[in-house]
Ligand binder design. Structure first.
Ligand code: ADP
Ligand code: MG
Length: 625
C-alpha cells in the first residue's frame, strides 16, 4: 500500500468522549462486546436479506447469510465475520467515525419510507442503538475491520484503530462481501480467544439471533427465537426444548403462555411455569426467570423490573420492540415504560391462570399445590393485582371432601342469596378444625366454611375484607355476621335444658369476675352446640394473634378476647351449680373452661404450664369416682 492510499482520520470529538465512557464505564459486563459485534453482523445480514428480497441485489442471493467467529489463542485474537452488506469508504467514515449517525438508524428510516411507498417487507433489525461497535475497545487494544460493500462501487477496505482518537482506512484485505472485525485482545481480555468462553457468551447473549453463528466452524445458536413465531407453527417439543434451554431446566413445563400484543405495547412473550417448585424443598429463594429482549437481542437476563417478585417462578422471554435503549442496554431507562410492560405481562399471566383454572381444574390444583405460595405472596403484597390473585386462591371446604379445593367465586356462587358473608376458619389440619368449636354455628346453619391451614391465608382474607360484595369473616371473629340456624337446629336448641334463663346474667357476671383481665367480656353463646365455651377475637384473627405471640416473647399468655359460654353444656351447668353452692372448685373449673377454649383456638403454646392445673382437676374427678 502507498502513503497516498492511506487515510488517517480523527474521530469526532464526541466519539472520543464516548469511547472513554464505553471503555471505562458503560458496560458492567465485558462480554457484551460480543453481543454488540454479533448484533451488527446480524444487522448487516438482515439488510442484505432485505435487499435480496426486494430484488435490489440478486447477484449473491444464493449464498446463505451467516456469521462466523474464529478464535486464535496463540495470537490472542478473535474475529467476527459476516457476509452482510459491508461498507463503502464513505460509510466507514460515517458509521464508525461520527456519532449521532447510526447507519442502522438511517437504514431503518429509509426502509420506513419505502414501506410507506408500499413495500411490504418487515425488517427485524436490532441495532438502532448507536454505540455498540465501540464496545470492542473494552477488550481490544486494536480493532482491524475489513469490509467490502455489496455495492458495485465497493472496494476492499481495512479500517484500523486503537481507540485512541484516530483511525486509518487503507485499501486491501481479503473479503468477498461483508465485514470481518478482528480484535487484538488486551492482556486482561485474553480469555476471549478461548473458544469455550466465546461459545458460552454467544449462547448466553446471542442464542437467538436469526442467522446461524459458527465458532471455529461449529454452529452455536441452535435454538430458534420461537417466541417471535406464530403459535401454530411451533410444535410442543420445540416449546419444551426452548423451555429447557432458556430456564436451564430438566423438567417439562407445567404451563406455557405464548402471546403477543401491539397495544398498549408491542411485545412478544413466551412464559413457562416449571413442573416443580424447588423453593418448596428448601432451596434458596429463586431469582427472576424472565429474560428481556428487544427484537431478539438480549437486553437483560433475569430482568427484575419486568415482573413482580411473586412471579419469580416464571421462566421465559419477553421481547418488546418498544424499548428505548439509547446508550446501554444494561440500564433500563424508561421506568414508566418498564412499569407498563410489567403490568401488561402480570395481568396477562394472571388472566391465563384464571382461564387454566377454569378449563382444567385438576391441573390447576397441581399448580396450586406447588406454586400456591407465590400466588399468596402476590395476594398479600402486590397491591395492583391482589384482587385478581384472590380469585386464584384455593381452599378446602366444609362442604367438600378432604383434598378437594374450592375458590372464593365458587363459594359465593353456591351460597344462598341471604348469606352476606364468606366464612373461613383456620386450623393446623382438617381434623382439628372439624372437631373444634368454631365450626358449630356453621353446621347448625348448614353454611359452608373455608378451611385455611396456612396463617398467610388468614392474613390475606382479613386484609381483603370482602370478595365480590360478600364480607370475608373469620369464624373466630366476634362478629354478628353469623348465618341463621336451620329450623331443625333452632328447635333442638330450644328443646335443650340448660342454665335457667334467669340465672344466666349472674353466671356470666361471675365468670367475668373470676377471669378478670384474661377476658374482655363473657356472654351466653348463640353459636355453640357441642362445646362448653369458645373464645372470640374482636380484632383480626387468631392466626394474627398467634403470630404476635410468637414475635413478642413477653406476650406468653393468650391475648384477652370474648368468652362465650354454652349454657346447655353439662360443664357450664355444673359450674353454675358449684357457683351457687359457693364451692371453691367453681373458680378453678371456670379458669379451666377458658384455658380449654384458648387451647382449642391454638392460642396457648406451652401446654406444660397447664399440667399442674389439669392435675388438680383430675385429682378432684378421681376422688369423686
Ligand atoms: P448501531 O448498530 O446501533 O447502529 P454500532 O456502533 O454498533 O451502532 O454500529 C455503527 C454502524 O456501523 C452501524 O449502524 C452499521 O451501519 C455499521 N456497521 C457496524 N458493523 C457492521 C457490519 N458488520 N457490517 C456492516 N455495517 C456495520
Ligand atoms: Mg450495533
Amino acid at each position: 500500500m502507498t502513503a497516498a492510499n492511506k487515510e488517517t482520520r480523527e474521530f469526532q470529538t464526541e466519539i472520543k468522549q464516548l469511547l472513554d465512557i464505553v471503555i471505562n464505564s458503560l458496560y458492567t459486563n465485558k462480554q457484551v462486546f460480543l453481543r454488540e459485534l454479533i448484533s451488527n453482523a446480524a444487522d448487516a445480514a438482515e439488510k442484505m436479506r432485505y435487499l435480496t428480497l426486494t430484488g435490489a441485489e440478486t447477484v449473491q442471493a444464493a449464498q446463505p447469510l451467516e456469521i462466523r467467529v474464529e478464535t486464535d489463542e496463540a495470537a490472542h485474537t478473535l474475529a467476527i465475520s459476516d457476509n452482510g452488506v459491508g461498507m463503502t469508504r464513505e460509510e466507514l467514515v460515517e458509521n464508525l467515525g461520527v456519532i449521532a449517525h447510526s447507519g442502522s438508524r438511517s437504514f431503518i428510516e429509509a426502509v420506513r419510507a419505502g414501506k410507506e411507498a408500499g413495500s411490504p417487507v418487515d425488517l427485524g433489525m436490532i441495532g438502532q442503538f448507536g454505540v455498540g461497535f465501540y464496545a470492542a475497545f473494552m477488550v481490544a487494544e486494536k480493532v482491524i475491520l475489513t469490509t467490502r460493500s455489496y455495492r458495485p462501487e465497493g472496494e476492499n477496505l481495512i479500517w484500523t484503530s486503537e481507540g485512541a482518537g484516530s483511525y486509518d482506512i487503507t485499501p486491501g484485505g481479503e473479503i468477498a462481501r461483508g465485514t470481518t472485525v478482528l480484535l487484538q485482545l488486551k492482556e486482561d481480555a485474553y480469555s476471549f480467544a478461548k473458544p469455550d468462553v466465546v461459545k458460552q457468551a454467544i449462547k448466553q447473549y446471542s442464542g437467538f439471533v436469526p442467522y446461524p453463528v459458527f465458532v471455529n466452524g461449529e454452529k452455536v445458536n441452535t435454538v430458534e427465537p420461537i417466541w417471535m413465531k406464530n403459535k401454530n407453527e411451533i410444535k410442543d417439543e420445540e416449546y419444551t426444548e426452548f423451555y429447557k434451554y432458556t430456564a436451564n431446566a430438566w423438567d417439562e413445563p407445567l404451563y406455557r403462555l405464548h402471546f403477543s400484543s401491539d397495544a398498549p405495547l408491542a411485545l412478544n412473550a413466551l412464559l413457562f411455569a416449571p413442573a416443580e417448585n424447588l423453593e418448596r424443598f428448601g432451596f434458596s429463594r429463586m431469582e427472576r426467570g424472565v429474560n428481556l429482549y428487544c427484537k431478539k437481542v438480549l437486553i437483560q437476563e433475569k430482568a427484575e423490573a419486568i415482573t413482580p417478585e411473586w412471579m419469580r417462578f416464571v421462566r421465559g422471554v419477553l421481547d418488546s420492540a418498544d424499548l428505548p435503549l439509547n446508550i446501554s442496554r444494561e440500564t433500563l431507562q424508561d421506568s414508566a415504560l418498564i412499569a407498563k410492560l410489567n403490568d401488561v405481562i402480570t395481568s396477562r399471566f394472571i388472566k391465563f391462570l384464571q382461564d387454566e383454572a377454569k378449563n382444567d381444574p385438576a391441573k390447576y390444583a397441581q399448580f396450586w399445590e406447588k406454586f400456591g405460595r407465590f400466588i399468596k405472596e402476590g395476594a398479600a403484597n402486590d397491591f395492583a393485582h391482589k384482587n385478581d390473585l384472590l380469585k386464584l386462591m384455593r381452599f378446602e371446604s366444609s362442604k367438600k371432601a378432604a383434598g378437594e379445593l374450592v375458590s372464593l367465586a365458587e363459594y359465593a356462587e353456591r351460597a344462598p342469596e341471604t348469606q352476606k358473608a364468606i366464612y373461613y376458619v383456620n386450623g393446623p389440619n382438617r381434623e382439628t378444625i372439624e372437631s373444634g368449636p368454631y365450626l358449630e354455628p356453621f353446621r347448625a346453619a348448614d353454611a359452608e366454611v373455608l378451611y385455611t391451614f396456612d396463617p398467610v391465608d388468614d392474613y390475606i382474607l382479613e386484609r381483603a375484607a370482602e370478595f365480590e360484595g360478600k364480607k370475608l369473616v373469620a369464624a373466630e371473629e366476634d362478629s354478628g355476621d353469623l348465618p341463621p340456624r336451620t329450623d331443625a337446629a333452632e328447635a333442638e336448641a330450644e328443646a335443650a335444658d340448660g342454665v335457667p334463663a334467669a340465672e344466666r346474667p349472674d353466671l356470666t357476671g361471675w365468670f367475668k369476675q373470676i377471669l378478670g383481665e384474661q377476658v374482655t367480656e363473657v356472654r351466653v353463646s348463640a353459636r355453640l352446640t357441642d362445646s362448653p365455651a369458645v373464645t372470640l377475637t374482636s380484632y383480626g384473627t387468631h392466626s394474627m394473634q398467634r403470630m404476635m405471640q410468637l414475635m413478642d416473647q413477653k406476650m406468653a399468655d393468650a391475648p384477652p378476647g370474648v368468652l362465650e359460654i354454652n349454657c346447655a353444656h353439662p360443664i357450664i351447668i355444673g359450674v353454675n351449680e358449684l357457683r351457687k353452692k359457693e364451692d371453691a372448685f367453681a373458680a378453678e373449673a371456670a379458669a379451666q373452661v377458658l384455658r380449654n377454649a384458648q387451647l382449642a383456638a391454638g392460642l396457648i403454646f406451652d401446654p406444660r404450664s397447664l399440667v399442674n392445673k389439669l392435675n388438680d382437676v383430675l385429682a378432684r374427678a378421681v376422688a369423686k369416682g
